[in-house]
Design a protein around this ligand. Structure first.
Ligand SMILES: [Zn+2]
Length: 294
């Protein structure tokens, strides 16, 4: 869910991106044109490989995340976004199991990627190369409860108070635990969260604050957080992200998000033409899709 830049960076770069990406960052509605990737129903044959980058890439040899496992359940499966690189599926399993050991509950997983990754027709600009996933902050008591309470038409609630300056009463130790477990995972490159959530952690964390560095403030991301994994081994065409800035990110960069400039409603610019697709993705899109009816 939400929409993200391909390469979030430090504040000056961020300011630039904030302007440059207006056209690339769509509201959680529908992309201007249906994406051909959204028509593909089958994964490609061959070994798994993440190709390109989060906002311009694809995924070979994807695997489907099972609907539920120890400590996790994926909701809204009808979106057909349960596909990922095996590293992403392993991350989900490990996160679910780790948080279940402490809470006895279930983490609700949102969108991963389409069967061959690529651009979706709605909701996201990123999630294209099989290394992005959304994790809802609210925990569930059981897989059945999660799937019953949160169909496609309904999304779990925000953790941020009206006005966007602080967390609300739903925020608690379970939500902090989820973020900490995710951020401390060596496979994770960065995590996008609402600025009010990052501020809460910046204000409250004592002792080891190193894990806060991976939490990058971004609009939205108040009901779920977005995890981006590092390029895995065996994916030579995967384009690595820019390195994270030094420090815990609790200073001027975070403060900017609470300024009048940052809090202005975003302009809705028309969509920019997409960047050229990596050649390996063009080839992947051209491979036969046996489930296609045309
Ligand atoms: Zn996301």
């Amino acid at each position: 869910m939400g929409c993200l830049p391909a390469k979030p960076g430090r504040m000056p770069i961020l300011l630039f991106l904030g302007i440059a990406l207006i056209g690339a960052c769509l509201s959680p509605a529908t992309n201007a044109l249906a994406s051909p990737w959204a028509q593909v129903r089958t994964v490609s044959a061959g070994p798994p490989a993440a190709i390109g980058e989060a906002a311009n890439g694809c995924l070979a040899g994807a695997q489907a995340l099972p609907a539920e496992g120890k400590g996790y359940v994926q909701i809204r499966r009808e979106r057909q976004r349960q596909f990922g690189h095996p590293q992403t599926l392993d991350f989900v399993r490990d996160l679910g199991a780790a948080q279940a050991r402490q809470t006895g509950r279930y983490v609700m997983i949102g969108d991963l990627s389409q069967p061959r990754g690529g651009l979706m027709s709605s909701s996201h600009r990123s999630h294209q190369n099989g290394l992005d996933l959304d994790v809802w902050f609210l925990l569930a008591d059981s897989p059945g409860q999660a799937q019953r309470d949160w169909p496609e038409s309904g999304a779990p609630p925000s953790m941020v108070a009206a006005g966007g300056l602080s967390v609300n009463g739903l925020w608690g130790p379970d939500q902090r635990l989820l973020l900490k477990l995710a951020a401390e995972d060596g496979r994770v490159e960065r995590i996008f969260v609402n600025p009010a959530i990052k501020q809460r952690l910046c204000d409250g964390e004592r002792g080891d604050r190193g894990w806060l560095r991976k939490l990058r403030p971004w609009r939205g991301h108040d009901a779920h957080f977005h995890v981006r994994l590092k390029c895995p081994a065996g994916s030579p065409d995967c384009k690595a992200q820019a390195p994270l800035p030094a420090g815990d990110g609790c200073g001027a960069e975070l403060a900017w998000w609470f300024t009048a400039e940052a809090r202005q409603p975003r302009k809705t610019a028309e969509d920019k033409p997409p960047p050229p697709m990596p050649a390996a993705c063009r080839a992947l899109l051209g491979q036969p899709d046996l489930a296609r009816k045309d």
